[in-house]
Design a protein. Structure first.
Length: 535
């Protein structure tokens, strides 16, 4: 029984069949069409993106019996023999197994002689970075003055290891990873030609598993066909690759949206029982958060299947929360190797997700996200209760510090309010106690603006009076005015920043070696936009 692997059977034989790499393809087609091909070409890129395949196409283009062309016929003996790997003037060398200088010299000894059958003698050296230093020196002499009938095609996955003297004598083309969509399209066309049934989920999983390598995608496709008994479907591919089922992943996120940790833990147990790779599960979870974010802002970018899957979940999370959850999962994936074991690392990731749930998602229906309105993150219940406007005629207690920031005041009227606390509050009347430190802000204009703002909150009937008291007064405690509270917080932040700064090993070293001293009051915390670091 003879079976040809799909990666060999469907290897591109001309530029039109090449998947991806359009810039490289265009440059080579133009050079061949004009008869101005550089004598030494270097193809770099990760595995399976088409380096040696492209080199063989170039060799076929140079030696096709129809003439040098960017469209080799593929039918002549030269094209056929190059395709079968038995063309005498195509010398393919694996540098990883021929690193000795004597082997390289033996290979290059015949460079000066004309090709036996073809138009060009083509040297294809794969993984050229594996050559020894002496081998590079031997190759360099030939590259400096190559005979007109010789074409060098070098391929490497690590061009940084090549000597600059070699790089400077080559025309380098970097082959990029092949996009997911192009890999998927190629797999579909091959399966259709082979009359093999497939589904979208199976193709997507195979394309993602290939990680930008078409050769790896075709190898996985061979494996999937054998595993599924002559077809390709998502469930079997997921089992074969050890990846989580899409439905299980959606259920996990739905449990998070509902604040149901017990259901999430049941999902973890099922994942563990299936022997799935938790690193792969975290990758899939991060990918799902990205698709949820896309569903909220650019739903037209999703296919119909994905749009249906995420239609219920997308509105249940605020956009800012989705960004936080994505970051949590990505960080957990990065730190998984440091966890005591993969399951513990995954469980801690889930615990972080639940810890960062907004108020309102813990066991009760969350506010739905509406894309046009860009709904804000739900406000914590404690703050919402404190900021609730008292109905007309009510004497309900309010959080004065929070209320001041909600009134929309500016300038002296804002500073006046910040230097006050609530003294007495009765039905329809409010008395404020003014700290003497804020007396300069108290004038008829600022009091009028404050009164107008408070009436907009409590009702037009509100009567406002302001009394001046010193901090020493015991009722009410004026030390708790918003201005003084803010001052205390700022002072505490400065002390914390100074303490952290003084504990820094670099600061301690400078102080010990150079007798450096920190000027009092010079260390202060940055604001939130600077990440809270000291300066």
């Amino acid at each position: 029984m003879s079976y040809q692997a799909l990666a060999r059977k469907w290897r591109p034989r001309n530029f039109s069949e090449l998947v991806g790499q359009r810039p490289v393809r265009t440059a080579l087609e133009n050079a061949l069409g004009q008869g101005k091909l550089h004598p030494a070409l270097l193809f770099s890129g990760t595995r399976g993106v088409g380096k040696t395949t492209l080199a063989r196409i170039v060799a076929r283009s140079l030696n096709c019996e129809q003439g040098v062309t960017a469209q080799p016929c593929g039918e002549c003996p030269a094209c056929q023999e190059i395709d079968q790997g038995r063309f005498v003037d195509l010398l393919e060398v694996d540098a990883a197994s021929r690193t000795r200088v004597d082997e390289t010299r033996e290979l290059l000894d015949n460079v000066q002689y004309a090709p036996s059958r073809g138009r060009y003698k083509v040297y294809l050296i794969d993984e050229v970075h594996m050559l020894s230093r002496h081998s590079f020196n031997a190759l360099l002499k030939t590259l400096e003055e190559p005979p007109p009938h010789v074409q060098f095609l070098l391929a490497t996955t690590d061009p940084q290891k090549l000597p600059v003297t070699i790089l400077s004598r080559c025309l380098q083309f970097h082959l990029k990873r092949i996009p997911l969509a192009e890999i998927g399209a190629r797999l579909k066309s091959i399966l259709d030609a082979e009359a093999i049934a497939w589904d979208e989920d199976g193709i997507e999983r195979l394309a993602r598993g290939a990680d930008g390598s078409l050769r790896d995608a075709l190898s996985l496709l061979d494996q999937a066909i054998a595993f599924s008994g002559g077809q390709v479907n998502g469930a079997d591919v997921a089992t074969m690759l050890g990846s989580i089922e899409r439905r299980d992943l959606l259920d996990l996120v739905a449990a998070l949206a509902a604040g149901q940790a017990d259901q999430a833990w049941e999902a973890v147990a099922r994942i563990d029982e299936q022997g799935l790779d938790f690193a792969e599960v975290l990758d899939e979870l991060a990918r799902l958060w990205q698709r949820l974010a896309l569903a909220q802002f650019l739903p037209d970018q999703l296919d119909s299947v994905e749009a249906t899957e995420l239609a219920d979940l997308a509105p249940r999370f605020a956009p800012a929360d989705v960004q936080v959850y994505y970051q949590i999962v990505v960080n957990a994936r990065r730190d998984l190797d440091w966890a005591p074991d993969p399951r513990i690392g995954f469980e801690m990731c889930l615990l972080r997700l639940f810890a960062f749930l907004p108020e309102g998602l813990e066991g009760e229906a969350p506010a739905r996200y509406e894309p046009p309105a860009r709904a804000a993150r739900p406000v914590a219940r404690s703050a919402a209760a404190g900021l609730a406007a008292a109905p007309s005629g009510s004497a309900a207690a309010v959080n004065w510090e929070s209320l001041v920031e909600q009134l929309g005041l500016r300038g002296p009227s804002l500073q006046l309010a910040r230097h006050c606390v609530i003294g007495t509050q009765t039905d329809g009347a409010l008395t404020l106690q003014l700290d003497t430190a804020g007396e300069s802000m108290h004038n008829p204009s600022s009091e009028a603006r404050l009164r107008t703002a408070l009436r907009g909150h409590f009702g037009e009937h509100l009567q406002l009076s302001i009394e001046r008291r010193s901090v020493a007064a015991t009722a009410p405690p004026l030390a708790a005015t918003p201005a003084r509270v803010a001052g205390h917080k700022e002072e505490a932040a400065k002390l914390t920043a100074e303490d952290q700064f003084m504990k820094d090993p670099a600061v301690q070293k400078m102080a010990a070696e150079f007798g450096a001293e920190v000027r009092p009051g010079s260390v202060r915390p940055n604001d939130a936009t600077d990440g809270g670091q000291t300066r």
